[in-house]
Write a protein that binds this ligand. Structure first.
Ligand code: MN
Length: 131
């Protein structure tokens, strides 16, 4: 079974690029274009990894991460914040909100997947490598 990646991203182009990269690397992709839909998809689909844009309409990515971390059944899922919001303190704020790691936009297609997987638990990495 492929690993499932949930992408929470409101920008169509970024969504397209992230989906393309993940599918090319043998992931099943679940797309959500706002935080509410993202939280709903996380609960219903139990993804193996969540890619989370920070600048989202209405509910921002920090808030989404906080909501996701309130649920025990979602605690083990790595949340990787993906954002161009490269101001001092943003990385810390994302981590304090519950993100496991942080990757800055623009995305480098050559390094994105290994960087994302660097935030996986040993168990998840093993599942990834056994595929
Ligand atoms: Mn955005």
């Amino acid at each position: 079974m492929k690993l499932k990646a949930l992408i929470i991203e409101d920008n169509e182009q970024n969504m397209y690029m992230l989906s393309f990269l993940l599918e090319k690397n043998n992931y099943d992709v679940i797309q959500a274009f706002n935080g509410i839909d993202g939280i709903k998809a996380a609960k219903e689909r139990m993804p193996d990894v969540i890619l989370l844009d920070i600048q989202l309409p209405e509910m921002d990515g920090y808030h989404v991460a906080q909501e996701l971390r309130k649920r025990n059944d979602l605690l083990h899922i790595p949340i990787v914040a993906v954002t161009s919001h490269a101001m001092v303190g943003d990385k810390e704020k994302a981590l304090e909100s519950g993100a496991t790691g942080y990757i800055e936009k623009p995305i480098d297609p050559d390094t994105f997947i290994p960087r994302m997987e660097s935030f996986f638990t040993a168990e998840l990495l093993k599942r990834r490598n056994d595929l």
